[in-house]
Design a protein around this ligand. Structure first.
Ligand code: HEC
Length: 141
């Protein structure tokens, strides 16, 4: 599938950059030396559509502050009606289910159309830990 190979390519590019471009690695480490591993998981699976900058909506809404936030409430992002009316408040448990299979949590949402889900529980746990750290740290960028 196209999106799978795109993600694989992104991971390979990141790995190649880590090995061959020390300048890039140093920059990344300087920006964030406590949770590199978690951030890499996020970058590998989510960043093509989501930013962490406050107010920075891309193909998906910014995930800045998402833990504890009511679903479908980032200003300026055009959500599906399904997600807006889901009644969800994002916590670790529902985020895990959402990342594993968005369509099973909110049928008719717009993310599930383009992202079928991440089956690797370890990667999901890293991503959720990253989302939580980021929320606690406030706006990191
Ligand atoms: C291919 C693009 C794409 C990818 C990849 C993607 N998302 Fe999304 N995401 C979206 C879209 C589009 C929406 C809006 C869904 C809607 O309106 O129904 C969304 C919505 C969300 C929401 C709801 C936010 C809110 O404000 O209620 C969360 C949480 C979320 N994504 C987390 C993630 C995580 C974590 C990953 C990585 C595992 C990820 N997404 C990967 C496109 C994507």
């Amino acid at each position: 599938m196209k999106k799978v190979s795109l993600r694989t390519a992104a991971v390979l590019v990141a790995a190649a950059a880590t090995i061959y471009n020390l300048g890039w690695t140093a920059t990344v480490l300087a920006q964030n030396n406590s949770n590199d591993d978690l951030e890499l998981a996020f970058n590998g699976h989510c960043r093509e559509c989501h930013s962490f900058d406050k107010g920075d909506n891309r193909l998906g809404p910014t995930l800045y502050g998402v833990v504890g936030r009511k679903a479908g409430t980032v200003p300026g992002f055009s959500y599906s009606d399904s997600l807006k009316s889901s009644g969800i408040t994002w916590n670790e448990k529902i985020l895990d289910q959402w990342i594993a299979n968005p369509n099973a949590v909110v049928p008719g949402n717009n993310m599930g159309v383009i992202f079928s889900g991440l089956s690797d529980a370890g990667e999901r746990a890293k991503i959720i830990a990253f989302l939580k750290q980021d929320t606690k740290a406030g706006n990191k960028m």
